[in-house]
Design a protein around this ligand. Structure first.
Ligand code: ADP
Length: 318
């Protein structure tokens, strides 16, 4: 039983007023973060560099000491029940520091020892196989490719079979093929029931992989919601119209619908997704006798949501 008083199963992670001040640098890296990550979620923690993502993860991993607030992992308070809390989480750090002297199997045995588990050849082999490293169990680490090393780091974090797996920037600096491979692996783990939390500053990654996204900026939690609802929040759409003949000036009837003239052959309309504007625009174009060659619409992207919520681009500093 976890130490939270509840009837429903505890969330994978719960943070209450979590804060961290790095005293020497006098940096407030986390500023009263309240966050609940439900079990079974594929959760994205998104924010530009320096937002506080690694600090948050390192607190959960027991590598950084928080300076305020509380945190529970699978219902276990990290202060009151540090061992149990830690037994319920596996953390894959950003750096790929693999000891050159340990084969994948030896590394897993060593980790099992750290967790006080007995050596379990079967489990180590199953884990290596699940991560596509079955035939590399006795390989020299230097012979492993970058992708294999990343998968080995995941195996290392999963030795104790934790229900929550945290990946810190799993695809930073990784090529497209390997990124897709890692996404697939993350999806498989999540389908198998593991709650996966990943940090990223790649919006495309959060958008295509995660069911829920929390945005963190400057140590503060800006929002946490279902990916779909986050995207629908900004339902501004843009319609571009290509005209068959040049247009000298914008008719008032179109200007009043919010049209802008980009140049003599192109108009742009911005409208709310659910509104009637699109059909009115098309009717009005025809009423003005303007022949349309093509129209293009664009859906909002997570990048624009981020800009709207924080007032700055995530690409800055990323
Ligand atoms: P992210 O993972 O989102 O890039 P970090 O958690 O690494 O963000 O950093 C958050 C803030 O805390 C940044 O301003 C960073 O400079 C600062 N910071 C991180 N680690 C330390 C440290 N060990 N000592 C002092 N400041 C730190």
């Amino acid at each position: 039983m976890s130490d939270q008083n509840q009837s429903a199963p505890a969330p994978a992670i719960k943070l209450q007023g979590l804060s961290k001040r790095y005293r020497r640098a006098d940096t407030l890296a986390l500023d009263h973060v309240d966050l609940t990550i439900p079990r079974g979620s594929l959760f994205g923690l998104l924010g530009p560099n320096g937002a506080g993502k690694s600090t948050l993860i390192n607190i959960l991993a027991g590598l950084v000491i928080k300076t305020g607030g509380k945190a529970w992992i699978s219902g276990y308070d990290i202060d009151k029940n540090p061992r149990l809390a830690r037994a319920h989480i596996g953390v894959v750090p950003q750096e790929l520091n693999i000891d050159p002297f340990f084969t994948p199997r030896a590394l897993l045995d060593l980790m099992a020892g750290f967790y006080g588990l007995r050596r379990d050849r079967r489990r180590a082999q199953d884990l290596l196989e699940a991560l596509g490293l079955g035939d590399r169990a006795e390989a020299y680490p230097r012979t492993l490719s970058g992708g294999m090393r990343r998968r080995l780091m995941i195996a290392k974090a999963m030795v104790h079979n934790p229900p929550v797996l945290v990946l810190d920037e799993p695809t930073a600096g990784v090529d497209i093929d390997l990124r897709r491979q890692l996404w697939e692996l993350v999806r498989q783990l999540n389908t198998a029931g593991v709650t996966v939390v990943l940090t990223t500053h790649y919006l495309e990654e959060a958008q295509s992989l995660c069911d829920t996204i929390a945005i963190i900026d400057d140590g503060k939690l800006i929002t946490c919601e279902a990916t779909e609802s986050l995207l629908s929040r900004l339902d501004d759409k843009v319609l571009r119209v290509d005209l068959a003949r040049p247009l000298e000036s914008l008719p008032e009837s179109l200007a009043s619908l919010g049209a802008e003239r980009i140049d003599e052959h192109h108009l742009r309309f911005r409208y709310r997704g659910q509104s009637q504007t699109l059909s009115r625009v098309l009717q009005q174009l025809s009423a003005e006798g303007l022949e349309v060659v093509d129209i293009h619409t664009r859906e909002p992207r997570l990048e624009e949501v981020f800009l709207q919520l924080t007032g700055r681009s995530i690409r800055l500093g990323a």
